[in-house]
Design a binder for this molecule. Sequence first.
Ligand code: F6P
Length: 365
Amino acid sequence: MRKRLLVVTGGGDCPGLNAVIRAIVKRAAFESDWEVLGSIDAFNGIMLDPMQIVELTPEMVAGIHVQGGTIIGTTNRGGPFNWPVQNTDGSWTTIDRSADLMDRLRAQNISAVINIGGDGSQKISQGLFELGCPVIGVPKTIDNDLSDTDFTFGFQTAVESATDAVDKLVTTAASHHRVLILEVMGRYAGWIALHASIAGGAEVCLIPEIDYDINSVMDALNRRITSGKGFANIVIAEGAKPREGTMSYTASDDPGAMPIRLGGAGLRLSQELKDAGCSIEIRETILGHLQRGGKPCAFDRVLASQFGVAAFEMVLQEKWGQMAAYCHPEIVAVPLSEAIKTYNHVDPGSGLVRTARGLGICMGD
Ligand code: F6P
């Protein structure tokens, strides 16, 4: 009987997931004693009755590396450790079904799991590893907020989309002599905002790691206006917040979902600028899920392919409890416990922030 590898894609989707799946399947095809399966919608495929598991063959994955999304689906609600269940009164609660998941994996003769996901998914990987699951992690997220890897795949594509948006907003800002605010994703990290600001040439970049002072932003805008340029572009990360303020979010009562959904930072900034006396017209754009959808850029296709091949080879080497990580130019194995220990924030004292400041970009402080 062939050994069975289960591939799981969890959390928010991101460009490059299909390229990882394809690379795993193509590499596994060289090993006649392995078959590759996919669990539909993260671990739901195993947890639900009837189970939803599909065989992933080389024919099925042919050419999918150029497609966005994930052919096996994903979810960022719930998981084996916080599975949503409805009470008799209609309210929802979450329960730990990890032991049940382990039983189901054993019942399906699963010899290895590759869990492709962000920090939440890799916490699940680590939890399952501690229960004895032979699991390997692959770091995915547009937010680039996982530690111990130079980059997560999906991030560069998101930066491309955000930069493209800045480029377009610059021309309309210039034509209408306006201040245009672009809100980008990234959760609690400002990587997308910082990269897109430098690449697109924004005047102001606001990130969660540097609380902004609205007066500093106003000063930067006024300098820009008095220098003869009657327009400005601001990129704000969804997690950015004013000094002594809080992040903009709506509370989510979705069972098993993240308790808060970030969003609204750009609109709030717009109001703060108006209140502070900004005399030129302001418009706001929220880029949203356009940063997550669509085909991966070439860099992400290459990185995702590297991750997929390396992750399968880590399975062959039984490197359980480890995550494939990008340490330029190689893919290395790092313990999952290390990768999830700290959140990968932008360091305000880093060279990249210095570059932004050196270009005259106001960081809000
Ligand atoms: O983690 C990826 C991400 O796109 C974040 O940047 C964003 O805050 C969040 O997911 C949005 O998630 P949802 O899919 O629930 O809208």
